[in-house]
Design a protein around this ligand. Structure first.
Ligand code: KE4
Length: 427
């Protein structure tokens, strides 16, 4: 595949941007080679600067759930931009967005917008500590909640990809209150609470982890976390930045019928523009400034253009059969990828939850990051490039989730699984 222009841009970018990228996972370090550059996208397709068309299963890491450049989002952004790009003064769209999130997610009685998922998670942790007057936080290895100092401990996504799950530059003092446990391990959580009675402010968890590839909560695991936090007076924080409004209208908490105390959101609610949010019971949220003592702020929080894009995304998702279509496409991809692995006679664990998925090249099931680390990453690299050269873009790391949009067609999925069968035979 001709990537001359991308290579030129990459060389230029490396002069001015660390690693040539504004976010590490884009750098292809996990799969080798240089990233391609994109300047156009529509529906399920992206085009790189050399004109190569690709079926996109990264979808800007989740936000493009309707596919790229959806006409209703573009129109909403244009209309909002005509009226001004930012006011720093409350605007009506912030109220519309807050009301919609509260309607869709019953556990959220009040919500505060931010400009990223990192900010949302950082703020939710601070709020949980302010509400409980406790310091300790439990997170799970392989889960990623943005690049918050106190949570960059055995984190997933790029941190895991680059082998720095505990980032440099984070003083030990900043993580001394962070307890990291294996995901899907009930006994480990029981032991942590027993050893830290009435000291844990909360658990923050990706209900369906998508930052070490993708794996699912074991039956009863999320219910157990809800019970043990309630019993100890700790809060349960669902990080739904990736799963929110994707795995169901009300996110993973609707899909798995769990009521967390706080939730964080991002991606889908921004329709591709910079947005995050965190919300929960009013008695907790009302501790936030200007009402209460927990400070949190943001110049561009609730930005009118981001609100317009996010609202257009959500409203379109709610209007039609989007969620049924996402489930169907996920099932089609799952069936096809499993058949491809069988025909190629190589061990693949294809994990899927609705429209999120991941292929692990291993014969053993993957239920946590320790299992994920056993997968054959050399095979993953070859698979990634084989698919890319055939015009299909999967996430450039074993430790990321793939995404499907309502713009993906049956033909896209058929081409993908047909190609996968061919590429897997070369691995
Ligand atoms: P942002 O600060 O990147 O908007 O959100 C952080 C975040 C928080 N929680 C979860 C569950 C997330 O998945 C993320 C961000 N996801 C990554 C993809 N794995 C963003 C991609 C990137 O870092 O460039």
């Amino acid at each position: 595949m001709n990537r001359v222009q991308s290579e030129k841009l990459c060389a230029e970018a490396l002069k001015y941007i660390p690693g040539g990228v504004n976010s590490p996972v884009r750098a292809f370090r996990a799969v080798g080679g240089n990233p391609f550059f994109v300047n156009r996208a529509s529906g399920s397709k992206i085009w790189d600067v050399d004109g190569n068309e690709l079926i996109d299963y990264v979808l800007t890491w989740g936000p493009a759930i309707l596919g790229h450049a959806h006409p209703k989002i573009i129109a909403a952004v244009k209309a909002a931009a005509e009226l001004g790009t930012s006011f720093g003064i409350p605007n009506p769209l912030e109220v519309t967005m807050a009301k919609l999130i509260c309607e869709l997610v019953p556990s959220v009685q009040k919500v505060r917008m931010t400009s990223s998922g990192t900010e949302a998670c950082m703020s939710a942790i601070r709020l949980a500590r302010g509400f409980t007057r406790r310091d300790k936080i439990i997170k799970f290895d392989g889960c990623y909640h943005g690049h918050v100092d106190s949570l960059l401990v055995r984190a997933g996504s790029g941190a895991l990809t680059f082998g720095h799950p505990d980032s440099a530059g984070v003083p030990a003092a900043f993580t001394q209150h962070t307890i990291v446990l294996p995901y899907n391990d009930v006994e480990a959580v029981k032991a942590a609470f027993a050893a830290n009675k009435n000291q844990i402010a909360g658990i923050i968890i990706e209900p369906v982890p998508g930052n070490a590839g993708l794996y699912l909560p074991k039956p009863g695991y999320l219910e157990f976390l809800s019970e043990i936090t309630k019993a100890d007076g700790a809060l349960l924080i669902f990080d739904e930045v990736m799963t929110g409004f994707r795995l169901a209208r009300g996110g993973a908490q609707e899909r798995f019928r769990i009521t967390p105390d706080l939730s964080t959101f991002g991606k889908v609610i921004g329709g591709g523009l910079p947005v995050g949010a965190f919300g929960g019971r009013a008695e907790i949220m009302d501790l936030l400034a200007p009402l209460g003592p927990v400070y949190q702020a943001g110049t561009l929080s609730g930005n009118p253009i981001a609100m317009a894009a996010g609202l257009a995304n959500l409203q379109e998702l709610l209007d039609g059969g989007a969620y049924c279509k996402l489930e169907e496409l996920g099932e089609q991809l799952e069936a096809g990828m499993k058949d491809a692995a069988k025909s190629a006679k190589i061990p693949v664990q294809f994990n899927v939850c609705g429209s999120m998925f991941c292929s692990y090249f291993t014969s053993a099931p993957v239920h946590n990051v320790a299992d994920a680390m056993k997968s054959d990453r050399e095979r993953f690299k070859k698979f990634f490039h084989g698919m890319l050269d055939a015009g299909i873009y999967f996430a450039p790391s074993q430790f990321e989730s793939g995404f499907i949009s309502t713009a993906h067609t049956t033909a896209d999925i058929e081409k993908t699984v047909r190609t996968a069968a061919k590429v897997m035979r070369t691995l």
